[in-house]
Design a protein around this ligand. Structure first.
Ligand code: TNX
Length: 759
């Protein structure tokens, strides 16, 4: 702890009226997460509780008493006695201090001071994390904690439409996040694949809209798509909703409900097709994605949605009501007479302004009812409603723009806050949406960016991670995607100055991961997978396995191997797999994972990129193309090198003139992510890079097996020329055609490996 911070702690403690005992500083940080603003401990024994804890209930609300009693007895097996003469623990309110501040002072007693009921709850959860369980005693060392949150919106989201979760599961979700001082639960209640909230005025929303007849059972980009043909669904009655809202209140969590509009509305339109532009009857969707049929912008739809919101408002006391607003294609609106009439009657320029008009109707309605509207950043398009707040998911830009316009913002960028993305590159990782958001990336998140002026920063309420459940079929998988990333996010949203990532890992290992195990949380072991570094060597590549979290043991073919292995280029026309089993061993947790690296003839050869890949998809530079690692499917980013260019050129150096027989290139196809196969691949060969021998467009052959898998294709091309250098020219189609995701943009080209055969 710095001298500056110590001084500040002194001032604050004096101000709070504490007797300051100056502890010697022998510990740099507490195991409390999120890390408190101030933590001081002498390591001296403080309070020791055998089997009964005596608490002075003064200043404690019934709700907090219930929580304390429940946790102390169920988690710690402790009998709880409340008496004015409480020997172990007492509570006192603080006045004139920042909201949500609390402190804990432990010497021969535990004293908690708090400025709000919520902060008393935060203090109690911090206190639980200070317990040292020894034999049957609960021990607390002497210490002082002083704490307050950095951001007021510390959110976690759960999509219950794509997959449904029971109220018991939702309550557990609230328990798990509130332990880490999250205070906002964004409940995504409606989407194309299911309407989950009972609306009394429109019973068909749940009778019809809450159930679908089929569900996609492989990844969206896999071809052919396959479906489970079973009725799937569920919904919450208003009574159940009230119960969850009350439960959340007892955990100091505000529930922000989301009713999606005008897009992601297929479930509602299945129930009331007259609210769509065409009036056609469709079922509740069983496929994921973005759909053209959205709410029509006619007066009756606006009335319907305002009626729905009326019932929603009555159930949820939150200031903010989320109206979605994302991914609403304008295809139907362009052809719909009713929408065009709304456009002309209101002097709107186009369909984007119509979306803005739509949102404004809701904004005015919510404002009139004493609430505020929040929506995804698409609500900026066509002009933002006067009172609206923005949840920025397509990067930080939408949030920055909204803050510039003086609107409140919650930052939830896909790059750091999408917990439906993969958290490791391990090929055994269960199917996820895509993307790569490991723990460290989440830890680095900050809702405030450098480009924001201090005035704009004032509009940032905080941040949130989103858990979309297309590929999360059950609650065990929810836990897996949530932890430990949610704890990293809690750090980003709570701490004014978060400690280093390494320190955070230390806290996780020593207390929080075992604690999650005790709570039977199915947390992800991703951080226990080794780091695999590949370096170019003289003859191929060197593979290094390491871990900052535990000891590394490598084995191959049943025998121990070194942590660093050399793999050389081979001289035959073949590809040789090498499989390594790597155990990371950290007293509490041992995890074994498996890696396969292929030896081939171009392993580690130098490559010059004439066309630079996009920096987002250029892990390990050009070595990525010849590192022996084949891209995993579905793709998770870094195994693949990605370009967003119409022409891609690079040169491979064979080191000496050779007979080049052929080349295989692995391309990825994922149309949903705008990644397409190229239009052509051409080659030229040179002995000195001055004169190039052009090879007529090579015969491209598609490997049927891989086509079937739908994820990537392998192009094998005959070259049959002598040379030292091989230049590859890849050309994409003009732009992505209409009707496909990313229409009119240049397609992405993704390659994972080049395998050259020569003599
Ligand atoms: C985009 S984020 C969506 C969701 C998907 C999610 C998957 C947002 C506002 N819309 O409908 O579930 O991507 O990551």
């Amino acid at each position: 702890m710095t001298v500056k911070l110590l001084k500040r702690w002194f001032v604050i403690a004096n101000y709070l009226g504490f007797t300051v005992i100056f502890f010697s500083i022998n510990r740099a940080y507490s195991q409390i997460l999120p890390t408190p603003m101030v933590f001081q401990s002498s390591g001296e024994p403080g309070v020791s509780i055998a089997d009964e804890i005596s608490i002075d209930p003064s200043n404690l609300t019934e709700q907090l008493k219930d929580y304390l009693t429940k946790e102390l007895s169920s988690r710690f097996g402790c009998r709880v006695i409340y008496s004015k003469a409480g020997r172990h623990l007492n509570f006192k309110p603080l006045v004139n201090v920042p909201q949500d501040q609390y402190s804990i002072n432990i010497n021969d007693k535990i004293s908690i001071s708090f400025s709000s009921e919520a902060s008393c709850f935060y203090a109690i959860n911090s206190l639980f994390q200070l317990v040292k369980e020894e034999e049957k005693t609960l021990n607390f060392e002497q210490c002082f904690v002083m704490d307050q949150p950095k951001f007021q919106w510390r959110g976690m989201h759960l999509d219950v439409s794509r997959h449904f979760f029971t109220i018991e599961e939702v309550k557990r979700y609230i328990d798990l996040i509130s332990f880490y001082k999250f205070n906002t639960f964004h409940w995504h209640l409606t989407d194309d694949q299911g309407w989950r909230i009972e609306i009394k005025k429109y019973p068909k929303l749940t009778e019809i809209g809450a159930f679908r007849d089929s569900t996609l059972d492989n990844h969206y980009s896999t071809r052919p798509r396959t479906f489970t043909k079973e009725r799937y669904g569920g919904f919450y009655t208003q009574e159940e909703i009230k119960e969850v809202v009350k439960y959340a209140e007892s955990r100091f969590v505000t529930i922000v409900p989301e009713i999606e509009m005008p897009g992601h509305a297929r479930a509602a339109l299945a129930a009331y097709p007259e609210l769509s532009c065409t009036g056609e009857q469709h079922g509740v969707e069983g496929l994921w994605g973005v759909f053209d049929d959205i709410f029509c912008s006619q007066a009756s739809t606006i009335d319907f949605l305002q009626d729905v919101l009326t019932e929603v408002i009555a159930l949820f006391p939150s200031k903010y009501i989320h109206i979605g607003g994302d991914e609403a294609p304008k295809t139907r609106w362009k052809e719909c007479a009713k929408c065009q009439k709304t456009i002309s009657e209101n002097n709107l320029k186009d369909e984007h302004e119509l979306q803005s008009w739509f949102v404004r109707q809701m904004d005015a309605f919510l404002t009139k009812n004493g609430r505020s509207l929040i929506g995804w950043d698409e609500i900026l398009e066509g002009g933002l409603s006067p009172n609206a707040a923005v949840m920025s998911w397509r990067g930080f830009e939408g949030g920055i723009e909204a803050a510039k316009q003086g609107h409140y913002v919650v930052m939830s960028p896909g790059s750091h806050c999408y917990f439906d993305h993969y958290q490791s590159k391990n090929s055994k990782e269960p199917l996820a949406f895509g993307g790569f958001t490991p723990l460290k990336k989440v830890y680095e998140f900050s809702p405030i960016t450098k480009e924001m002026s201090s005035e704009q920063q004032q509009f940032v309420l905080g941040g949130q991670a989103n858990l979309w459940t297309e590929y999360i079929p059950d609650f065990k998988q929810v836990e897996y995607m949530l932890f430990p990333r949610a704890i990293a996010l809690a750090q980003a949203l709570w701490c004014e100055n978060k400690p280093s990532y390494e320190q955070f890992l230390g806290d996780l290992k020593s207390y929080h991961l075992p604690e999650l195990t005790r709570k039977k949380v199915n947390w992800s072991k991703a951080i226990f997978y080794p780091e695999m570094k590949l370096k170019r060597s003289q003859k191929g590549v060197t593979v290094d396995f390491s871990s900052t979290i535990g000891d590394v043991h490598v084995s191959q073919n049943g025998k121990n191997a070194a942590n660093s292995v050399d793999l050389d280029r081979i001289n035959r026309h073949t590809v040789l797999p090498n499989t390594f089993f790597v155990m990371v061993d950290e007293n509490q947790v041992k995890v074994v994972s498996e890696y396969t690296i292929f030896q081939h003839q171009s392993l580690g050869l130098p490559i010059e990129f004439i066309t630079k890949p996009n920096e987002r998809y250029n892990a390990n530079g050009e070595l990525n193309l010849v590192d022996g690692i084949l891209g995993t499917l579905p793709w998770k980013g870094s195994d693949w090198t990605g370009w967003n260019e119409q022409e891609i050129r690079f040169i491979i150096d064979l080191g000496a003139k050779k007979q080049i027989d052929s080349l295989e290139i692995n391309f990825l196809e994922d149309i949903g992510s705008w990644i397409h196969l190229p239009a052509s691949v051409r080659f030229s060969v040179s002995k000195d890079q001055k004169k190039w021998k052009y090879i007529e467009s090579a015969d491209i052959e598609t490997y049927a097996d891989n086509v079937k898998k739908g994820k990537f294709l392998l192009y094998g091309s005959t070259i049959n020329k002598k040379g030292r250098y091989l230049k590859v020219l890849i050309t994409t189609f003009d732009v992505i055609p209409d009707g496909l995701p990313g229409a009119n943009h240049v397609a992405w080209t993704f390659i994972d490996e080049l395998i050259l055969f020569s003599k």
